[in-house]
Design a protein around this ligand. Structure first.
Ligand code: NDP
Length: 318
């Protein structure tokens, strides 16, 4: 029996970008099918309260928001399926795009929207993962969670543009932001202007040549044990929040290099649209956004992807 299915509009990934694309595509009669991926709902499923998604005056939990988006997509006719895209064979000339789900099912799609997101990198320490999973004060997004640490001490790890941006954000909320930089003074990877802004902030205390040995705290973060990698000296820093800003990995490996990516693996889209280098393949959300990475911006690009796909499909069949 053939395991091939023809789908008009296939959406891969179920974060805010994917569900928003599904809502718009369903309302445009594109019969979208959305595959959720290994973590249905995406990064927000590990977030506690979301206070910055418009339309929720009383805040909403990350899983609650994603459940609402899924329900909304289904209510307007999108089909949500559990499964993960494992490989693809995209057409180079706007023909049918082949996508395999869980290495088994073969889908032939007229248009594909990629919304597979990006995965925040963590240090890989046991207590860090435990306290991140339990909502105990470890986070990879200061813009999302920083507000909960207003008036409290925080630690941030990293020295790229993201870490600098997030340290500056936290510095407007917290009495002291302890910034752990593993390189010696002058070795920040961030752009000069961002590094200078961080250095100029009185309440950002930079610890050069410093690595995290452990995150401290049972139920909630109480601080971190750190080590100077030049002198070997260890110390404990007390804090209520531990933020990690050491980069993200866009989830693109299943495409095996068939789309044009930038040096860090983000899908390159044409400016002002969600078009990739291949006709009929569109990308939205964090998998193509290294700068904003917010639920609402992901949702916005999800809408754009569905509109771009609709235009593409109607021109193709005209
Ligand atoms: P980057 O890869 O640029 O920086 C990662 C930082 O994390 C580096 O300082 C790195 O240190 C540090 N790091 C990595 N692993 C560890 C570890 N295990 N322990 C401690 N530190 C670690 O990631 P970003 O997310 O900052 O930026 C990604 C891209 O997005 C960049 O091109 C950046 O310019 C861009 N960006 C642009 C923004 C804007 O224009 N507004 C905002 C945010 C990002 P080391 O240098 O020692 O390797």
């Amino acid at each position: 029996m053939s395991n091939i299915e023809k789908i008009h509009c296939l959406i891969i990934g179920s974060g805010p970008a994917g569900y928003t694309a599904a809502i718009y595509a369903a309302r445009a009669n594109m019969n979208p099918v959305i595959y959720t991926g290994a973590q249905p709902g995406g990064q927000l499923m590990t977030t506690t309260d979301v206070e910055n998604f418009p339309g929720y005056p009383e805040a909403v939990t990350g899983p609650g928001l994603m459940a609402d988006l899924q329900k909304q997509a289904e209510n307007v006719g999108a089909e949500v399926r559990f499964g993960t895209a494992s490989s693809v064979e995209f057409s180079k000339d706007g023909g049918v795009h082949k996508v395999w789900i869980d290495e088994e099912k073969e889908i032939h799609a007229d248009a594909v929207i990629i919304s597979t997101g990006a995965t925040a990198k963590y240090l890989g320490l046991e207590n860090e993962s435990r306290l991140a999973a339990s909502g105990g004060g470890v986070s990879a997004c200061a813009v999302c969670d920083g507000f909960f640490y207003k008036g409290k001490e925080t630690i941030i790890v990293g020295a790229g543009d993201s870490a600098c941006e997030e340290a500056l954000y936290l510095s407007n909320l917290c009495p002291t932001v302890h910034m752990l930089v593993r390189k010696p003074d002058g070795g920040m990877r961030a752009s000069r202007i961002m590094a200078d802004r961080v250095k100029a902030k009185d309440n950002i205390k930079i610890y050069w040549s410093t690595e995290t040995v452990d995150v401290l705290g049972d139920e909630f973060v109480t601080g971190a044990k750190v080590k100077n990698n030049v002198t070997g000296q260890e110390q404990e820093i007390a804090a209520d929040g531990f933020f990690v800003a050491i980069g993200h990995t866009p989830n693109t490996t299943f495409m095996n290099g068939q789309l044009t990516l930038d040096d860090d693996g983000y899908i390159i889209t044409t400016k002002g649209s969600t078009k990739t280098n291949l006709e009929g393949v569109f990308a939205c959300g964090d998998v193509q956004d290294r700068i904003y990475r917010q639920a609402i911006t992901a949702a916005g690009t999800g809408c754009m992807a569905a509109l771009d796909a609709e235009r593409y499909l109607s021109e193709k069949t005209a």
